[in-house]
Design a protein around this ligand. Sequence first.
Ligand code: G3I
Ligand code: 9MR
Ligand code: ZN
Length: 542
Amino acid sequence: MIYVNQVGYVSGGVKHATISGGREFTLHKAELGGREGRAVLMGDTDVLTRDANSGEEVALIDFSGITEAGKYYFTDEKGNRSTQFTIDEDVYAPVFRDALRMFYFQRCGMELEEKYAGKYAHKACHCQKAFYLDDPERKVDLCGGWHDAGDYGRYVTAAAVALGHLLYAYEMMPDAFTEELNIPESGNGIPDLLNECRYELDWMLKMQDADGGVHHKATSMHFVGFVMPEEDDLDIAITPVSSLATADFAAITAMASRVYAAFDPVYAERLKEAAVRAGEWLSVHPEFLFKNPDEVKTGTYEDRCDADERLWAAAELYRLTKDKNYLSVLPSILELRISLTALGWGDVGGFAGMSVLTAEKGCFDEALAERFRYRWLDEADRLVKVAGENAFELALHPSEFIWGSNMVVLTNAMVLVMAHYISGKEEYLETAGYQLDYIFGRNAIDTSYVTGHGEKAFHDPHNRPTIADGIEEPIPGFVSGGANRGACDTKANAELLKGVPPMKCYADHNLSYSTNEITIYWNSPLVFTLAYMMTFFADQEA
Ligand code: G3I
Ligand code: 9MR
Ligand code: ZN
Protein backbone atom coordinates (compact mmCIF):
# COMPACT_ATOMS: atom_id res chain seq x y z
CA MET A 1 0.00 0.00 0.00
CA ILE A 2 1.06 3.56 -0.63
CA TYR A 3 -0.49 6.35 1.42
CA VAL A 4 -0.64 9.84 -0.03
CA ASN A 5 -1.97 13.29 0.69
CA GLN A 6 -5.22 12.83 -1.24
CA VAL A 7 -5.96 16.54 -1.43
CA GLY A 8 -2.68 17.10 -3.19
CA TYR A 9 0.78 18.58 -3.17
CA VAL A 10 1.86 22.12 -4.00
CA SER A 11 3.95 22.09 -7.20
CA GLY A 12 6.94 23.81 -5.65
CA GLY A 13 6.77 22.07 -2.28
CA VAL A 14 8.24 18.94 -0.74
CA LYS A 15 6.26 15.81 -1.68
CA HIS A 16 6.35 12.68 0.42
CA ALA A 17 4.27 9.50 0.50
CA THR A 18 4.50 6.46 2.76
CA ILE A 19 4.86 2.92 1.44
CA SER A 20 3.92 -0.11 3.47
CA GLY A 21 4.69 -3.80 3.06
CA GLY A 22 7.11 -3.50 0.13
CA ARG A 23 9.79 -1.18 -1.20
CA GLU A 24 9.15 -0.73 -4.90
CA PHE A 25 6.92 1.96 -6.24
CA THR A 26 5.87 3.55 -9.53
CA LEU A 27 4.37 6.99 -9.82
CA HIS A 28 1.92 7.45 -12.70
CA LYS A 29 0.54 10.59 -14.22
CA ALA A 30 -3.12 10.01 -14.98
CA GLU A 31 -3.97 10.84 -18.57
CA LEU A 32 -6.83 13.18 -19.38
CA GLY A 33 -10.18 11.48 -19.41
CA GLY A 34 -9.13 8.18 -17.89
CA ARG A 35 -7.32 6.79 -14.93
CA GLU A 36 -4.73 4.81 -16.91
CA GLY A 37 -1.55 6.76 -16.73
CA ARG A 38 2.05 6.74 -17.78
CA ALA A 39 4.91 6.04 -15.39
CA VAL A 40 6.88 9.14 -14.51
CA LEU A 41 9.01 7.82 -11.67
CA MET A 42 10.04 4.37 -10.50
CA GLY A 43 12.07 3.52 -7.48
CA ASP A 44 13.04 1.52 -4.50
CA THR A 45 12.86 2.98 -1.03
CA ASP A 46 15.12 2.47 1.99
CA VAL A 47 14.59 -0.61 4.09
CA LEU A 48 11.21 -0.75 5.79
CA THR A 49 11.02 0.07 9.48
CA ARG A 50 8.32 -0.80 11.94
CA ASP A 51 6.11 2.11 12.92
CA ALA A 52 4.70 1.90 16.44
CA ASN A 53 1.74 4.19 15.67
CA SER A 54 0.38 2.11 12.80
CA GLY A 55 1.96 -1.28 13.45
CA GLU A 56 3.09 -1.36 9.82
CA GLU A 57 6.47 -1.83 8.13
CA VAL A 58 6.94 1.40 6.25
CA ALA A 59 9.32 3.63 4.31
CA LEU A 60 9.29 7.10 2.88
CA ILE A 61 8.91 8.00 -0.79
CA ASP A 62 10.28 11.39 -1.82
CA PHE A 63 8.93 12.58 -5.15
CA SER A 64 9.56 16.29 -4.70
CA GLY A 65 11.20 16.42 -8.11
CA ILE A 66 7.85 15.92 -9.85
CA THR A 67 6.44 19.39 -10.34
CA GLU A 68 4.26 19.24 -13.44
CA ALA A 69 0.64 20.02 -12.64
CA GLY A 70 -1.76 17.13 -13.03
CA LYS A 71 -3.40 14.09 -11.48
CA TYR A 72 -1.20 11.28 -10.24
CA TYR A 73 -1.31 7.95 -8.44
CA PHE A 74 1.17 5.33 -7.26
CA THR A 75 1.29 1.59 -7.66
CA ASP A 76 3.36 -0.75 -5.52
CA GLU A 77 5.09 -3.98 -6.51
CA LYS A 78 1.94 -5.98 -5.90
CA GLY A 79 0.01 -3.72 -8.21
CA ASN A 80 -1.95 -1.98 -5.43
CA ARG A 81 -3.02 1.41 -6.55
CA SER A 82 -2.98 4.44 -4.25
CA THR A 83 -5.70 7.04 -4.25
CA GLN A 84 -5.36 9.70 -6.90
CA PHE A 85 -4.02 13.12 -5.98
CA THR A 86 -3.28 16.43 -7.61
CA ILE A 87 -0.07 18.37 -8.01
CA ASP A 88 -0.74 22.05 -8.62
CA GLU A 89 0.09 25.51 -7.44
CA ASP A 90 -3.12 26.14 -5.56
CA VAL A 91 -4.21 22.67 -4.41
CA TYR A 92 -5.34 23.84 -0.99
CA ALA A 93 -7.79 26.56 -2.07
CA PRO A 94 -10.96 24.40 -2.25
CA VAL A 95 -10.42 22.63 1.07
CA PHE A 96 -9.52 25.92 2.73
CA ARG A 97 -12.77 27.47 1.58
CA ASP A 98 -14.87 24.56 2.82
CA ALA A 99 -12.99 24.36 6.13
CA LEU A 100 -13.92 28.02 6.64
CA ARG A 101 -17.51 27.68 5.54
CA MET A 102 -17.94 24.94 8.13
CA PHE A 103 -18.48 27.65 10.74
CA TYR A 104 -21.44 29.03 8.85
CA PHE A 105 -23.02 25.57 8.93
CA GLN A 106 -22.56 25.51 12.72
CA ARG A 107 -24.58 28.70 13.16
CA CYS A 108 -27.35 28.48 15.74
CA GLY A 109 -30.34 30.78 16.05
CA MET A 110 -30.77 31.72 12.40
CA GLU A 111 -32.17 30.11 9.32
CA LEU A 112 -29.51 28.73 6.98
CA GLU A 113 -30.94 29.87 3.66
CA GLU A 114 -30.60 27.84 0.50
CA LYS A 115 -28.66 30.56 -1.31
CA TYR A 116 -25.82 30.08 1.20
CA ALA A 117 -26.35 26.56 2.50
CA GLY A 118 -27.60 24.86 -0.68
CA LYS A 119 -29.27 21.55 0.02
CA TYR A 120 -28.15 21.73 3.64
CA ALA A 121 -30.50 24.66 4.32
CA HIS A 122 -32.55 24.46 7.50
CA LYS A 123 -34.76 26.61 9.71
CA ALA A 124 -33.64 28.66 12.69
CA CYS A 125 -32.95 26.70 15.88
CA HIS A 126 -32.59 27.16 19.64
CA CYS A 127 -34.13 30.62 19.79
CA GLN A 128 -35.95 30.08 23.06
CA LYS A 129 -34.61 31.78 26.17
CA ALA A 130 -32.32 29.78 28.46
CA PHE A 131 -33.12 29.29 32.13
CA TYR A 132 -30.84 29.62 35.16
CA LEU A 133 -30.34 26.35 36.99
CA ASP A 134 -30.67 27.88 40.44
CA ASP A 135 -33.73 29.94 39.49
CA PRO A 136 -35.57 28.26 36.58
CA GLU A 137 -38.11 31.08 36.32
CA ARG A 138 -35.32 33.48 35.42
CA LYS A 139 -34.58 33.45 31.69
CA VAL A 140 -32.01 35.00 29.41
CA ASP A 141 -31.72 35.47 25.65
CA LEU A 142 -28.75 33.47 24.34
CA CYS A 143 -29.75 33.21 20.73
CA GLY A 144 -26.83 32.88 18.28
CA GLY A 145 -23.32 31.48 18.16
CA TRP A 146 -22.04 28.24 16.67
CA HIS A 147 -23.06 24.74 17.67
CA ASP A 148 -19.95 23.37 19.30
CA ALA A 149 -19.79 20.08 17.50
CA GLY A 150 -22.00 17.18 16.48
CA ASP A 151 -24.18 18.11 19.47
CA TYR A 152 -26.06 21.40 19.78
CA GLY A 153 -24.35 22.72 22.90
CA ARG A 154 -22.56 26.05 23.01
CA TYR A 155 -19.52 26.20 25.29
CA VAL A 156 -17.50 29.35 26.00
CA THR A 157 -14.03 27.82 26.38
CA ALA A 158 -14.33 25.80 23.19
CA ALA A 159 -15.61 28.89 21.39
CA ALA A 160 -12.73 31.07 22.57
CA VAL A 161 -10.16 28.54 21.42
CA ALA A 162 -11.68 28.18 17.95
CA LEU A 163 -11.84 31.97 17.66
CA GLY A 164 -8.23 32.13 18.83
CA HIS A 165 -7.00 29.93 15.98
CA LEU A 166 -9.07 31.91 13.49
CA LEU A 167 -8.32 35.44 14.65
CA TYR A 168 -4.56 34.88 14.92
CA ALA A 169 -4.76 33.42 11.42
CA TYR A 170 -6.48 36.58 10.24
CA GLU A 171 -4.03 38.89 11.98
CA MET A 172 -0.97 37.10 10.64
CA MET A 173 -2.25 36.27 7.17
CA PRO A 174 -4.99 38.77 6.20
CA ASP A 175 -4.32 38.19 2.49
CA ALA A 176 -5.50 34.60 2.82
CA PHE A 177 -8.98 35.86 3.73
CA THR A 178 -9.92 38.20 0.90
CA GLU A 179 -12.26 35.82 -0.91
CA GLU A 180 -15.96 35.98 -0.08
CA LEU A 181 -17.49 32.88 1.48
CA ASN A 182 -21.09 33.23 0.31
CA ILE A 183 -22.47 33.90 3.78
CA PRO A 184 -25.24 36.42 4.58
CA GLU A 185 -22.78 39.22 5.39
CA SER A 186 -20.64 38.76 2.27
CA GLY A 187 -20.00 42.02 0.46
CA ASN A 188 -20.38 44.28 3.49
CA GLY A 189 -16.78 45.48 3.23
CA ILE A 190 -15.55 43.33 6.10
CA PRO A 191 -13.57 40.14 5.45
CA ASP A 192 -15.91 37.16 5.72
CA LEU A 193 -13.72 35.46 8.30
CA LEU A 194 -14.40 38.43 10.60
CA ASN A 195 -18.09 38.38 9.73
CA GLU A 196 -18.23 34.73 10.68
CA CYS A 197 -16.27 35.16 13.91
CA ARG A 198 -18.48 38.06 14.92
CA TYR A 199 -21.47 35.73 14.87
CA GLU A 200 -19.80 33.74 17.64
CA LEU A 201 -18.48 36.77 19.52
CA ASP A 202 -21.95 38.30 19.67
CA TRP A 203 -23.19 35.15 21.37
CA MET A 204 -20.26 35.13 23.78
CA LEU A 205 -21.10 38.68 24.83
CA LYS A 206 -24.52 37.37 25.91
CA MET A 207 -22.86 34.84 28.19
CA GLN A 208 -21.35 37.55 30.41
CA ASP A 209 -22.94 38.76 33.64
CA ALA A 210 -23.01 42.40 34.71
CA ASP A 211 -20.22 41.74 37.21
CA GLY A 212 -17.95 40.48 34.44
CA GLY A 213 -18.17 36.74 35.15
CA VAL A 214 -18.87 34.51 32.16
CA HIS A 215 -21.07 31.42 32.17
CA HIS A 216 -19.40 28.22 31.14
CA LYS A 217 -21.95 26.87 28.69
CA ALA A 218 -25.50 26.81 27.38
CA THR A 219 -26.86 23.34 26.63
CA SER A 220 -29.90 21.19 27.20
CA MET A 221 -29.75 19.02 30.31
CA HIS A 222 -28.82 15.97 28.25
CA PHE A 223 -27.85 15.39 24.63
CA VAL A 224 -30.83 15.42 22.30
CA GLY A 225 -31.41 12.53 19.87
CA PHE A 226 -30.44 12.61 16.21
CA VAL A 227 -32.77 15.37 15.05
CA MET A 228 -32.32 18.50 12.99
CA PRO A 229 -31.47 21.48 15.22
CA GLU A 230 -34.82 23.19 14.69
CA GLU A 231 -36.52 20.03 15.92
CA ASP A 232 -34.63 20.02 19.20
CA ASP A 233 -37.23 21.24 21.68
CA LEU A 234 -35.35 20.53 24.90
CA ASP A 235 -35.04 23.43 27.32
CA ILE A 236 -31.69 25.16 27.41
CA ALA A 237 -29.92 25.79 30.70
CA ILE A 238 -27.23 28.37 31.35
CA THR A 239 -24.70 26.83 33.70
CA PRO A 240 -22.77 28.73 36.40
CA VAL A 241 -19.87 31.07 35.78
CA SER A 242 -16.34 29.62 35.69
CA SER A 243 -12.95 31.29 35.87
CA LEU A 244 -11.96 29.20 32.83
CA ALA A 245 -14.71 30.70 30.72
CA THR A 246 -14.17 34.19 32.11
CA ALA A 247 -10.43 34.18 31.41
CA ASP A 248 -10.79 32.75 27.90
CA PHE A 249 -13.53 35.29 27.27
CA ALA A 250 -11.33 38.16 28.47
CA ALA A 251 -8.52 37.00 26.19
CA ILE A 252 -10.56 36.59 23.04
CA THR A 253 -12.67 39.71 23.41
CA ALA A 254 -9.53 41.75 24.08
CA MET A 255 -7.92 40.31 20.99
CA ALA A 256 -11.06 40.79 18.92
CA SER A 257 -11.28 44.41 20.02
CA ARG A 258 -7.87 44.99 18.48
CA VAL A 259 -8.76 43.11 15.26
CA TYR A 260 -12.16 44.70 14.68
CA ALA A 261 -11.01 48.25 15.50
CA ALA A 262 -10.06 48.88 11.87
CA PHE A 263 -13.55 47.94 10.65
CA ASP A 264 -15.97 48.87 13.38
CA PRO A 265 -14.65 51.07 16.20
CA VAL A 266 -17.96 51.00 18.07
CA TYR A 267 -17.93 47.22 18.18
CA ALA A 268 -14.26 47.23 19.15
CA GLU A 269 -15.08 49.49 22.08
CA ARG A 270 -17.86 47.18 23.20
CA LEU A 271 -15.51 44.21 23.08
CA LYS A 272 -12.90 46.11 25.03
CA GLU A 273 -15.35 47.07 27.74
CA ALA A 274 -16.43 43.41 28.05
CA ALA A 275 -12.83 42.22 28.19
CA VAL A 276 -11.88 44.71 30.89
CA ARG A 277 -14.94 43.76 32.93
CA ALA A 278 -14.00 40.08 32.69
CA GLY A 279 -10.47 41.06 33.74
CA GLU A 280 -11.86 42.83 36.81
CA TRP A 281 -13.87 39.75 37.74
CA LEU A 282 -10.71 37.63 37.47
CA SER A 283 -8.74 39.95 39.70
CA VAL A 284 -11.17 39.55 42.58
CA HIS A 285 -12.15 35.90 42.13
CA PRO A 286 -9.82 33.01 42.78
CA GLU A 287 -9.78 29.86 40.69
CA PHE A 288 -13.32 28.82 40.03
CA LEU A 289 -13.24 25.68 37.92
CA PHE A 290 -16.18 24.01 36.30
CA LYS A 291 -18.00 20.85 37.19
CA ASN A 292 -21.27 19.80 35.62
CA PRO A 293 -24.14 20.36 38.02
CA ASP A 294 -25.43 16.84 38.80
CA GLU A 295 -28.49 17.12 36.64
CA VAL A 296 -26.59 18.30 33.54
CA LYS A 297 -25.21 15.49 31.37
CA THR A 298 -23.73 17.30 28.39
CA GLY A 299 -20.02 17.97 27.72
CA THR A 300 -18.02 19.57 30.53
CA TYR A 301 -14.74 20.87 29.10
CA GLU A 302 -13.40 20.40 32.59
CA ASP A 303 -9.88 21.54 33.38
CA ARG A 304 -7.56 21.09 36.32
CA CYS A 305 -6.23 24.61 36.53
CA ASP A 306 -7.00 28.07 35.21
CA ALA A 307 -3.46 29.53 35.27
CA ASP A 308 -2.97 29.10 31.53
CA GLU A 309 -6.33 30.75 30.80
CA ARG A 310 -5.35 33.65 33.07
CA LEU A 311 -2.01 33.92 31.31
CA TRP A 312 -3.69 34.27 27.92
CA ALA A 313 -6.10 36.85 29.34
CA ALA A 314 -3.24 38.83 30.89
CA ALA A 315 -1.27 38.88 27.64
CA GLU A 316 -4.20 40.04 25.52
CA LEU A 317 -5.55 42.57 28.02
CA TYR A 318 -2.10 44.08 28.30
CA ARG A 319 -1.65 44.15 24.53
CA LEU A 320 -4.93 45.97 24.20
CA THR A 321 -4.67 48.46 27.06
CA LYS A 322 -0.91 48.61 27.78
CA ASP A 323 -1.91 48.62 31.45
CA LYS A 324 1.02 46.98 33.25
CA ASN A 325 -1.19 45.83 36.12
CA TYR A 326 -2.37 42.97 33.95
CA LEU A 327 1.17 41.63 33.81
CA SER A 328 1.45 41.32 37.59
CA VAL A 329 0.14 37.73 37.49
CA LEU A 330 2.82 36.61 35.05
CA PRO A 331 5.74 35.79 37.36
CA SER A 332 3.73 33.42 39.55
CA ILE A 333 2.04 31.76 36.55
CA LEU A 334 5.31 31.30 34.69
CA GLU A 335 6.72 29.47 37.67
CA LEU A 336 4.10 26.78 37.24
CA ARG A 337 4.83 23.93 34.90
CA ILE A 338 2.20 24.82 32.36
CA SER A 339 2.73 24.38 28.64
CA LEU A 340 3.50 27.62 26.83
CA THR A 341 2.79 26.09 23.43
CA ALA A 342 -0.51 24.23 23.90
CA LEU A 343 -3.35 25.42 21.67
CA GLY A 344 -6.24 23.13 22.62
CA TRP A 345 -9.47 23.68 24.54
CA GLY A 346 -7.99 22.64 27.89
CA ASP A 347 -4.45 23.98 27.80
CA VAL A 348 -4.31 27.44 26.29
CA GLY A 349 -0.82 28.63 27.31
CA GLY A 350 0.11 28.57 23.63
CA PHE A 351 -2.33 31.37 22.90
CA ALA A 352 -0.45 33.58 25.36
CA GLY A 353 2.56 32.52 23.29
CA MET A 354 0.87 33.53 20.04
CA SER A 355 0.00 36.86 21.58
CA VAL A 356 3.57 37.55 22.64
CA LEU A 357 5.19 36.17 19.47
CA THR A 358 3.01 38.21 17.13
CA ALA A 359 3.03 41.45 19.14
CA GLU A 360 4.74 44.53 17.76
CA LYS A 361 8.36 44.80 18.81
CA GLY A 362 8.80 46.35 22.23
CA CYS A 363 5.26 45.61 23.34
CA PHE A 364 6.34 42.92 25.76
CA ASP A 365 9.53 42.91 27.74
CA GLU A 366 12.32 41.43 25.59
CA ALA A 367 13.28 38.77 28.16
CA LEU A 368 9.71 37.53 28.23
CA ALA A 369 9.48 37.47 24.45
CA GLU A 370 12.77 35.59 24.30
CA ARG A 371 11.51 33.04 26.80
CA PHE A 372 8.51 32.32 24.60
CA ARG A 373 10.58 32.16 21.42
CA TYR A 374 12.91 29.69 23.09
CA ARG A 375 10.04 27.49 24.28
CA TRP A 376 8.36 27.48 20.87
CA LEU A 377 11.52 26.64 18.94
CA ASP A 378 12.35 23.98 21.48
CA GLU A 379 8.92 22.38 21.11
CA ALA A 380 9.14 22.63 17.32
CA ASP A 381 12.54 20.90 17.42
CA ARG A 382 11.00 18.12 19.47
CA LEU A 383 8.20 17.74 16.93
CA VAL A 384 10.66 17.65 14.02
CA LYS A 385 12.57 14.91 15.82
CA VAL A 386 9.47 12.80 16.54
CA ALA A 387 8.30 13.18 12.95
CA GLY A 388 11.75 12.31 11.64
CA GLU A 389 11.62 8.96 13.38
CA ASN A 390 8.71 7.47 11.43
CA ALA A 391 7.94 7.17 7.74
CA PHE A 392 4.59 8.95 8.11
CA GLU A 393 6.58 11.89 9.49
CA LEU A 394 3.80 12.33 11.99
CA ALA A 395 4.81 14.16 15.16
CA LEU A 396 2.80 11.91 17.49
CA HIS A 397 3.71 9.15 19.91
CA PRO A 398 1.32 6.19 20.35
CA SER A 399 0.05 7.63 23.65
CA GLU A 400 -1.10 10.79 21.91
CA PHE A 401 -3.88 9.15 19.93
CA ILE A 402 -6.55 10.49 22.27
CA TRP A 403 -10.06 11.79 21.67
CA GLY A 404 -9.58 14.54 19.11
CA SER A 405 -6.06 13.39 18.15
CA ASN A 406 -6.45 15.35 14.93
CA MET A 407 -6.48 18.49 17.06
CA VAL A 408 -3.13 17.43 18.50
CA VAL A 409 -1.83 16.90 14.95
CA LEU A 410 -3.14 20.24 13.72
CA THR A 411 -2.04 22.30 16.72
CA ASN A 412 1.39 20.67 16.37
CA ALA A 413 1.31 21.95 12.81
CA MET A 414 0.55 25.42 14.20
CA VAL A 415 3.56 25.26 16.52
CA LEU A 416 5.76 24.26 13.59
CA VAL A 417 4.34 27.06 11.47
CA MET A 418 5.05 29.57 14.23
CA ALA A 419 8.60 28.27 14.54
CA HIS A 420 8.98 28.88 10.82
CA TYR A 421 7.49 32.35 11.26
CA ILE A 422 10.05 33.13 13.97
CA SER A 423 13.12 31.52 12.41
CA GLY A 424 12.48 31.05 8.69
CA LYS A 425 13.92 27.55 8.97
CA GLU A 426 12.46 25.39 6.21
CA GLU A 427 12.37 22.12 8.10
CA TYR A 428 9.67 23.55 10.38
CA LEU A 429 7.42 24.39 7.46
CA GLU A 430 8.09 21.05 5.81
CA THR A 431 7.24 19.16 8.97
CA ALA A 432 4.05 21.19 9.33
CA GLY A 433 3.26 20.06 5.78
CA TYR A 434 3.68 16.40 6.77
CA GLN A 435 1.08 16.88 9.51
CA LEU A 436 -1.32 18.16 6.84
CA ASP A 437 -0.40 15.13 4.70
CA TYR A 438 -1.56 12.90 7.56
CA ILE A 439 -4.89 14.73 7.88
CA PHE A 440 -5.42 14.54 4.12
CA GLY A 441 -4.86 10.79 3.88
CA ARG A 442 -1.20 9.92 4.31
CA ASN A 443 -2.10 7.65 7.22
CA ALA A 444 -2.47 3.91 7.75
CA ILE A 445 -6.22 3.93 7.23
CA ASP A 446 -5.81 5.60 3.84
CA THR A 447 -8.49 8.12 4.76
CA SER A 448 -8.75 11.87 4.32
CA TYR A 449 -10.05 13.30 7.57
CA VAL A 450 -11.85 16.15 5.79
CA THR A 451 -15.29 15.48 4.34
CA GLY A 452 -15.56 15.98 0.59
CA HIS A 453 -11.82 16.35 0.04
CA GLY A 454 -9.83 13.35 -1.12
CA GLU A 455 -10.78 10.22 -3.03
CA LYS A 456 -11.30 8.32 0.23
CA ALA A 457 -12.58 11.07 2.48
CA PHE A 458 -14.46 10.08 5.64
CA HIS A 459 -18.18 10.58 5.11
CA ASP A 460 -20.11 9.52 8.18
CA PRO A 461 -19.42 12.05 10.94
CA HIS A 462 -21.09 12.02 14.34
CA ASN A 463 -22.95 15.21 13.55
CA ARG A 464 -26.64 15.54 14.24
CA PRO A 465 -27.66 17.51 11.12
CA THR A 466 -25.68 15.14 8.91
CA ILE A 467 -27.41 12.16 10.48
CA ALA A 468 -30.87 13.71 10.39
CA ASP A 469 -31.00 15.55 7.07
CA GLY A 470 -31.45 12.49 4.87
CA ILE A 471 -28.80 13.73 2.44
CA GLU A 472 -26.24 11.17 1.35
CA GLU A 473 -23.12 13.35 1.22
CA PRO A 474 -22.03 15.14 4.37
CA ILE A 475 -21.42 18.88 4.28
CA PRO A 476 -17.89 19.23 2.85
CA GLY A 477 -15.07 20.66 4.94
CA PHE A 478 -15.54 18.99 8.34
CA VAL A 479 -12.45 17.72 10.17
CA SER A 480 -12.97 14.46 12.07
CA GLY A 481 -11.72 14.02 15.64
CA GLY A 482 -9.64 11.12 14.41
CA ALA A 483 -8.01 7.98 15.78
CA ASN A 484 -8.47 7.44 19.51
CA ARG A 485 -6.81 4.53 21.24
CA GLY A 486 -9.16 5.08 24.17
CA ALA A 487 -12.24 5.01 21.96
CA CYS A 488 -15.15 4.75 24.34
CA ASP A 489 -18.38 4.81 22.38
CA THR A 490 -19.98 1.41 21.90
CA LYS A 491 -19.48 1.44 18.16
CA ALA A 492 -15.76 2.01 18.39
CA ASN A 493 -15.28 -0.23 21.41
CA ALA A 494 -16.90 -3.22 19.83
CA GLU A 495 -15.04 -2.99 16.59
CA LEU A 496 -11.76 -1.40 17.31
CA LEU A 497 -10.27 -1.48 20.69
CA LYS A 498 -8.78 -4.91 20.95
CA GLY A 499 -5.16 -4.93 19.89
CA VAL A 500 -5.53 -2.43 17.07
CA PRO A 501 -2.57 -0.04 16.63
CA PRO A 502 -3.37 3.53 17.73
CA MET A 503 -3.37 5.09 14.25
CA LYS A 504 -6.09 2.65 13.21
CA CYS A 505 -8.39 3.15 16.22
CA TYR A 506 -10.94 4.93 14.15
CA ALA A 507 -14.42 4.18 12.79
CA ASP A 508 -16.01 6.19 10.01
CA HIS A 509 -19.34 5.65 11.66
CA ASN A 510 -21.84 8.25 12.82
CA LEU A 511 -22.24 6.62 16.21
CA SER A 512 -18.54 6.74 16.96
CA TYR A 513 -18.47 10.10 18.69
CA SER A 514 -15.12 9.38 20.34
CA THR A 515 -13.36 8.95 16.97
CA ASN A 516 -15.58 10.58 14.38
CA GLU A 517 -17.30 13.66 15.75
CA ILE A 518 -16.67 17.13 14.37
CA THR A 519 -16.04 20.35 16.34
CA ILE A 520 -15.36 24.00 15.67
CA TYR A 521 -11.91 23.76 17.32
CA TRP A 522 -10.85 20.83 15.12
CA ASN A 523 -11.58 22.87 11.98
CA SER A 524 -9.99 26.09 13.19
CA PRO A 525 -6.35 24.88 13.44
CA LEU A 526 -6.70 23.49 9.91
CA VAL A 527 -7.76 26.95 8.74
CA PHE A 528 -4.75 28.51 10.46
CA THR A 529 -2.24 26.05 9.04
CA LEU A 530 -3.62 26.21 5.51
CA ALA A 531 -3.69 30.02 5.61
CA TYR A 532 0.00 30.07 6.46
CA MET A 533 0.95 27.49 3.83
CA MET A 534 -1.07 29.14 1.10
CA THR A 535 0.37 32.56 1.93
CA PHE A 536 3.89 31.16 1.93
CA PHE A 537 3.56 29.48 -1.46
CA ALA A 538 1.74 32.46 -2.99
CA ASP A 539 4.59 34.74 -1.86
CA GLN A 540 7.12 32.34 -3.35
CA GLU A 541 5.44 32.39 -6.72
CA ALA A 542 5.20 36.18 -6.74
O1 G3I B 1 -5.22 14.97 28.91
C1 G3I B 1 -5.27 13.56 29.06
C2 G3I B 1 -3.91 13.01 28.98
O2 G3I B 1 -3.15 13.47 30.05
C3 G3I B 1 -4.02 11.50 28.97
O3 G3I B 1 -2.77 10.94 28.84
C4 G3I B 1 -4.93 11.02 27.85
C5 G3I B 1 -5.14 9.52 27.84
O4 G3I B 1 -6.49 9.20 27.67
O5 G3I B 1 -6.16 11.60 27.98
C6 G3I B 1 -6.16 13.01 27.98
O6 G3I B 1 -7.42 13.39 28.28
C7 G3I B 1 -8.37 13.34 27.25
C8 G3I B 1 -8.98 14.69 27.12
O7 G3I B 1 -10.01 14.66 26.19
C9 G3I B 1 -7.96 15.75 26.70
O8 G3I B 1 -7.71 15.74 25.35
C10 G3I B 1 -9.42 12.32 27.62
O9 G3I B 1 -8.87 11.02 27.59
C11 G3I B 1 -10.60 12.41 26.67
O10 G3I B 1 -11.65 11.58 27.10
C12 G3I B 1 -11.08 13.82 26.55
O11 G3I B 1 -12.01 13.87 25.50
C13 G3I B 1 -12.79 15.04 25.37
C14 G3I B 1 -14.28 14.64 25.30
O12 G3I B 1 -15.06 15.80 25.07
C15 G3I B 1 -14.76 13.98 26.58
O13 G3I B 1 -14.61 14.83 27.66
C16 G3I B 1 -12.41 15.72 24.07
O14 G3I B 1 -11.07 16.20 24.16
C17 G3I B 1 -13.36 16.87 23.77
O15 G3I B 1 -13.06 17.37 22.50
C18 G3I B 1 -14.81 16.38 23.82
O16 G3I B 1 -15.63 17.48 23.66
C19 G3I B 1 -16.99 17.21 23.32
C20 G3I B 1 -17.83 18.07 24.22
O17 G3I B 1 -17.68 17.64 25.55
C21 G3I B 1 -19.29 18.06 23.81
N1 G3I B 1 -19.43 18.41 22.42
C22 G3I B 1 -18.69 17.52 21.55
C23 G3I B 1 -17.23 17.57 21.86
C24 G3I B 1 -16.41 16.73 20.89
O18 G3I B 1 -16.52 15.37 21.07
O1 9MR C 1 -23.61 13.26 20.76
C1 9MR C 1 -22.83 13.38 21.91
C2 9MR C 1 -21.47 13.94 21.54
O2 9MR C 1 -21.60 15.24 21.02
C3 9MR C 1 -20.53 13.92 22.72
O3 9MR C 1 -19.22 14.26 22.32
C4 9MR C 1 -20.52 12.55 23.36
C5 9MR C 1 -19.68 12.47 24.60
O4 9MR C 1 -20.04 13.41 25.54
O5 9MR C 1 -21.83 12.14 23.68
C6 9MR C 1 -22.68 12.06 22.58
O6 9MR C 1 -23.96 11.66 23.03
C7 9MR C 1 -24.10 10.30 23.38
C8 9MR C 1 -24.17 10.18 24.88
O7 9MR C 1 -22.97 10.57 25.49
C9 9MR C 1 -24.51 8.75 25.28
N1 9MR C 1 -25.73 8.34 24.64
C10 9MR C 1 -25.66 8.39 23.20
C11 9MR C 1 -25.40 9.80 22.74
C12 9MR C 1 -25.36 9.89 21.24
O8 9MR C 1 -24.45 9.00 20.67
ZN1 ZN D 1 -29.09 25.77 17.29
